[in-house]
Design a protein around this ligand. Structure first.
Ligand SMILES: NC(=O)C1=CN([C@@H]2O[C@H](COP(=O)(O)OP(=O)(O)OC[C@H]3O[C@@H](n4cnc5c(N)ncnc54)[C@H](OP(=O)(O)O)[C@@H]3O)[C@@H](O)[C@H]2O)C=CC1
Ligand SMILES: O=C1Nc2ccccc2C1=O
Length: 311
């Protein structure tokens, strides 16, 4: 991969102000949990924090925003976009359908567009393949509705998230090639090199862009969740690579993610880290160093989301 190349280059996505899709800024995880069940006053404070964080990202060059119905962050995204003054066509907005509710994809999309104050989404994903057991509404039914919404111009690109090979195959059976998913957003980092067996090869073979959420997991989730950091192999490797390339540990991990063919979805509240995240397109890890991260990473397994669902 040369410096200018990115995993999106072989995909027929719309460009944003003539630029290809870059790393995305997320509005999930932290916000979806923090806002739940909090008193009104605290929610107002969190809402303002998220708007400020998004404005920081937008003002520093991010144009790819990742949100979802389940995050309850559509209103903050709409507000930040409005305050930023950036034109809608100069942004890429992804949202996701939450299948674990008794609401159809068509109805959910209507509310999503209203909350985001936009006529269209750049990308709409089925958030997980895990539909409610109490409903007969299936992956196939939801996908057909999503195709209809694309035909109506409400969505530019369609995809999925947390899908394993078996789930993708169900979609392939009910759709024409022009309506196959173009994105699969999954957890990816050196300690989780495959969400399910063969998913990376399968998505590459079918020209499905892999988006990586949780790409910085080795830097901050292991420490808090795992008592024995002595077992954590990247703790020794990353500082050496950081020194070699004169980039931070986060930049090394995000660049590794890109070179493994995944588009990272990350987030930060700190302006310095926001700027660092965007400065991952001006250097390249050697093939040996990517292989080193792969090799060391594969000696330690860690999954933050949906543990046990793909094993
Ligand atoms: N489709 C799905 O099922 C899922 C999708 N997502 C999407 O992906 C987005 C990003 O996920 P997330 O797990 O947060 O991504 P990351 O792994 O990139 O983690 C981001 C967190 O890392 C912290 N951080 C950044 N740099 C450093 C550093 N150098 N040292 C220590 N901490 C650091 C940030 O904190 P700080 O603010 O202090 O910089 C932030 O809280 C979500 O917001 C959501 O949009 C996430 C999970 C599941
Ligand atoms: O951002 C996210 N955080 C999560 C936690 C659990 C399940 C899904 C998600 C997200 O999409």
């Amino acid at each position: 991969m040369t410096q200018s190349e990115s995993p999106v280059d072989s995909h027929n996505f719309r460009t944003v102000s003539g630029k290809p899709l870059i790393v995305g800024t997320g509005t999930g995880t932290k916000w979806q949990w923090l806002k739940k069940g909090r008193p009104e006053e605290e929610r107002t404070k969190l809402t303002q924090e998220l708007i400020d964080q998004l404005l920081l990202a937008l003002n520093n060059g991010f144009y790819h925003i990742d949100t979802a119905e389940i995050y309850t962050t559509h209103p903050e995204v709409a507000e930040a976009v409005e305050q930023s003054g950036i034109k809608r066509e100069d942004l890429w907005i992804t949202s996701k359908y939450n299948p674990y509710r008794n609401i159809t994809a068509a109805d959910a999309l209507k509310t999503t567009l209203e909350e985001l104050k936009t006529d269209y989404l750049d990308l709409y994903l089925i958030h997980t393949p895990f539909f409610s057991d109490e409903s007969t509404y299936s992956i196939e039914t939801a996908w057909k509705e999503i195709i209809d919404a694309k035909k109506q111009g409400k969505i530019r690109h369609i995809g999925v998230s947390n899908f394993a090979v078996q789930h993708l195959e169900r979609i392939f059976k009910v759709s024409e090639p022009e309506f196959y998913p173009v994105v699969n957003q999954i957890e990816f980092h050196p300690y989780l090199q495959d969400q399910s067996a063969d998913i990376t090869d399968y998505c590459k073979k079918h020209n499905i862009l892999l988006e990586a959420y949780g790409p910085l997991t080795p830097l901050f989730r292991i420490q808090s969740n795992e008592a024995d950091t002595a077992e954590d192999p990247l703790r020794k490797v990353l500082p050496k690579l950081s020194e070699k390339y004169q980039k931070t540990d986060s930049q090394i991990l995000l660049r590794y993610t890109l070179q493994r063919g995944y588009l990272p979805i990350t987030t930060s509240s700190k302006v310095q880290r926001i700027r660092e995240t965007l400065a991952i397109y001006d250097f390249e890890l050697s093939a040996e160093d990517v292989a080193l991260i792969d090799k060391e990473g594969s000696t330690f397994h860690f999954r933050s989301f949906f543990d046990g669902k793909f094993d």
